[in-house]
Each structure stands twice: as structure tokens, then as C-alpha cells.
Design a protein around this ligand. Structure first.
Ligand code: 13P
Length: 256
């Protein structure tokens, strides 16, 4: 039986008041024994406010990024221990916006993944191809290179406990969602890549989310795919109602 993970990545959006209101609305809608794992990734400056609004709810906090060094002269950066201190359970690493806009390399993502795991944060590692790469037939090669470069020498056991998010760059923020078949094809490829690099158990246990223009209207058909274990939601997570619509689509998939 799948355990879905639905995460809302606000990116650089909302203000403090909106973050608190979102947290209160979601907290009041989600029962303690909700069958879906629910995660919110606010901007780091609002982690504490959102976390307080979600106190006593099963919704977990995630950061959108972190730095791999434990402390020191790294102006503007935030360590894994600081995120744990604020109540984070997860951290998104290697998001395509960080890879493409801020120039993050696989090597840097790998250092961050190791530091996150050492601090007992669960990494949500993002991979995905651009439109040009897809059109050139390079999708599998690109995600394979990103998995190898970003996960590196983790143990199969460490891989089995983390989250991978397949986010095709062409589907992010464009409204052009991958078809369920396109998502399933890459998710299945990712499991084969992970089985070859680690082992069968790691490949089956790791949860693979799909991200890119997920909305309440298209979530159910994506989540119904055998290898899709959840969604990483950007724009449609900014309003609590629409985020809750996606969470409900996941719950309905479990109990149609
Ligand atoms: P959108 O849902 O806005 O396409 O963003 C997806 C994403 O990048 C989540 O991390």
C-alpha cells in the first residue's frame, strides 16, 4: 500500500500573515490520523510562523534549501542544524530553480544531501530535464546523471528513506503538466536507475513525487500511476483550499 507524500513548495511567495493563515486553515482541515503525509515548504523566514500555526497538526515543515557546512562565515546561508532547531523534518535540495537560476551543481547538491541526512533531515531531491533535453531524447540520461551526481555514495538504506521529486523543468510553473504516462515512464526509469545503483529494496521503498503544474484537477490521474508516490506542488499550494484539494485527491486514490 502506498503512503503518499504531498508537499507544498511556496517558493518566494506569501507574507507572514498569509503564511500563518494558511497554516491555521490547513491545520483545522487535517485530522491527526490523515492517511496522507503532508509537508509545507515556506520561505525560511516564515518557517517558524508557519510551524507555530501548524502546531498539533500532522503537517510537517520543510525548508526549500540549506547549506552543507555546519556553521561559519557563509553569509546568507542556513545550516541543517538551524532547520532542525526550527522544527523542520524535510529539506528540498537541488530544485531546478536552484540548479538553473542559482547555478547549483550536482556536487553541491550531494554535499547538502549528506549534511541533511547527518542532521536527520529527510532530503527531497529534485531531478528533471529541460524541454530541449526531452526533445533530444535525453530524459533518462539526464535524470540518471542527476541521481548519480546528487546522491553519490549514499547507502541503499539511506536512499530508501529519502524522497526524490521528478520535476520536468518544462512543466514547472507553465501549466503544461506531464501526462500521467510521461510521469510514470520517468518514475519507472528512476526505480531502475536506483535498483542498478543501490538495490531492489532501496528502489522500491524510496518515494518518488511528481512536480510540475500539479493542480486539484489533474492530481488524481497522476497519483493513480503505480510509480507516483506523491506530488511536489508549487503554484497550486499557495492557496490552502487548492492545496487541500490535492491532498484530498491523494486520500481518494487510497480509498476510491
Ligand atoms: P508548479 O506547481 O508551480 O509548476 O511548481 C512545481 C515546483 O517546482 C514545485 O517544487
Amino acid at each position: 500500500m502506498k503512503r503518499f507524500l504531498i508537499a507544498g513548495n511556496w517558493k518566494m511567495n506569501l507574507n507572514r500573515g498569509e503564511a500563518v493563515q494558511w497554516g491555521q486553515q490547513v491545520a483545522s482541515a487535517i485530522a491527526e490520523d490523515h492517511p496522507v503525509d503532508i509537508v509545507v515548504c515556506p520561505p525560511s523566514v516564515y518557517l517558524q510562523a508557519a510551524g507555530e500555526a501548524l502546531t498539533d497538526s500532522p503537517v510537517s515543515l520543510a525548508a526549500q534549501d540549506m547549506y552543507h557546512q555546519p556553521n561559519g562565515a557563509f553569509t546568507g546561508e542556513i545550516s541543517a542544524a538551524m532547520l532542525v532547531d526550527l522544527g523542520c523534518r524535510y529539506v528540498v535540495l537541488g530544485h531546478s530553480e536552484r540548479r538553473h537560476i542559482l547555478g547549483e551543481s550536482n556536487e553541491l547538491v550531494q554535499q547538502k544531501v549528506q549534511a541533511a541526512i547527518a542532521a536527520e533531515l529527510i532530503p527531497i531531491v529534485c531531478v528533471g530535464e529541460t524541454l530541449e533535453q526531452r526533445q533530444a531524447g535525453q530524459t533518462t540520461d539526464i535524470v540518471q546523471e542527476q541521481v548519480a551526481g546528487s546522491l553519490g555514495a549514499l547507502s541503499p538504506q539511506q536512499v530508501s528513506q529519502m524522497i526524490i521529486a521528478y520535476e520536468p523543468v518544462w512543466a514547472i510553473g507553465t501549466g503544461q503538466v506531464a501526462t500521467p504516462e510521461q510521469a510514470e515512464e520517468v518514475h519507472a526509469d528512476l526505480r531502475t536507475i536506483l535498483e542498478n545503483r543501490y538495490n531492489h529494496e532501496a528502489a522500491t521503498q524510496v518515494r518518488i513525487q511528481y512536480g510540475g503544474s500539479v493542480k486539484p484537477e489533474n492530481a488524481a490521474e497522476l497519483l493513480a500511476q503505480p510509480n507516483v508516490d506523491g506530488a511536489l506542488v508549487g503554484g497550486a499550494s499557495l492557496k490552502a483550499d487548492s492545496f487541500l484539494g490535492i491532498v484530498e485527491a491523494a486520500a481518494t486514490c487510497l480509498n476510491p
